[in-house]
Design a protein around this ligand. Sequence first.
Ligand code: XMP
Length: 521
Amino acid sequence: FVAVFDFGAQYGQLIARRVRDLNVYSEIVPCDISADELAAMAPSAIILSGGPASVYADDAPDMDKRIFDLGLPILGFCYGQQIMAVKLGGKVGHTKKGEYGPAQLTRRGESRILDGTPETQTIWMSHRDAVSEVPEGFSVTSVTETCPVASMEDASRNFYATQFHPEVRHSVHGNEMLKNFLFNVCGLDKTWTMDNIIDDKVAQIREQVGDRKVILALSGGVDSSVVAALVHRAIGDQLTCVFVNHGMLRKGEPEMVEEVFRKQFNVPLVHVHAEERYAKLLAGVTEPEKKRRLIGTEFWKVFFDEAQKIGDVEMLAQGTIYPDIIESGARKTGGKASTIKSHHNLIPFPDGVHFDLIEPLDHFFKDEVRELGVSLGLPAKMVYRQPFPGPGLAIRIIGDVTPEKLEILKNADAIVREELDAYNERLFEETGDRNSEHSCWQYFAVLPDIKSVGVMGDERTYQRPVIVRAVESSDAMTADWAKLPYEVIGKISSRIVDEVAGVNRVVYDVTPKPPATIEWE
Ligand code: XMP
């Protein structure tokens, strides 16, 4: 596998994904891992990521110099090139002006990394410091107008580095450079394919579980659904899925869970109808964080009650994915693989209750989880569904949650989703791109805690408005309101007021995040 050193700001994640896209397994390691710890992991190659710091800053992320003596091929990008230069006896200095964005690269002489790419090409730069003197044994293999060492290599020791970022798409031939490293320099095999992954995971799960019983909290979300399908493939009916229906799922969702897991996969499924229990629990509760807390705590209570009923369950399967681990452990604790903790620590196990965990997706990126889901036979609408908060529609009903409001919201939300699914589909047909510029990323209805005056026929009405929220985003950290065509908004509006009893007005939220959030509560 390829060990990707993360020098900060999540640069490593993108590189690890690019490597895996080329069917080679890669893992992120903390940059301060020791040569011995790394050697014990037996990687085949190393990539050093970029990072926001200056190599000479006091708190600059450092690496163990002895790693260069392990005899492994090493490729460094940006900060990775600079730290390689410094560790091997070269020099790094400030450039007169920084270089940010696209730049023209000109090749110089032979290069195993740039091999097969044009003499001049567009690459992506983002730096202020740069290598001013290459270490002994290295030659400069490309330059830009402002950067005298845009790439360097010492092919005899298999050390390669670029000041630019081949991992970003704006570096037009970046992928070819990565391929040159992985396949020509390192001679790696393309073993990271979905079929291999499923076979390996199935074998691992069987070995880990033995003849024990496993339980899983199935929500209908992407991660828990994929874990369910995978673990079931491995151990069949030793797995029981518990689906806690709190009544605040979207229209059609409980039915889809039944359809897919009970009918199609034939997984032992306990469908807990907790709708009334939750309705009582939430009656009169208006404060958003209190709703979240109550729903979360109650969820685990219901779940563990069910686990007790099944009896002799020793293991709990969880849909923890790689970013959960990276984000909860590696960065907060400043490195050290041994201190990485996954978010399962947050499960409030009741006193005296213990389960061994299996988290078969804990080294998968979200895109890979989706691909795995498709390969396991889950329907696309489950695998590609938009993010949906755990507390469900409760946080899309402003104020207290009542059965009447839930009914209105479910129906209005179903219309928003139907129309915008169709809109996204039309964009996809026009552009051939699932993530084309104006496609909506998340879209739903919100029910505010107010009424408004309207008129129907000769009658004055005093009913509820519905808010439509639709955003473009890639990671939910920032978002913009979707610039939907007027006719699309118009159709959603007229369908909601025509089809949903109790609604006489529809408004569209035109606020980006920040300053707003995607959700209303
Ligand atoms: P905000 O509203 O903070 O949401 O912009 C960012 C993303 O997170 C989702 N979200 C939640 N997911 N539990 C979850 O599992 C929650 O309590 C929760 N609140 C927000 C939201 O849908 C969006 O995708």
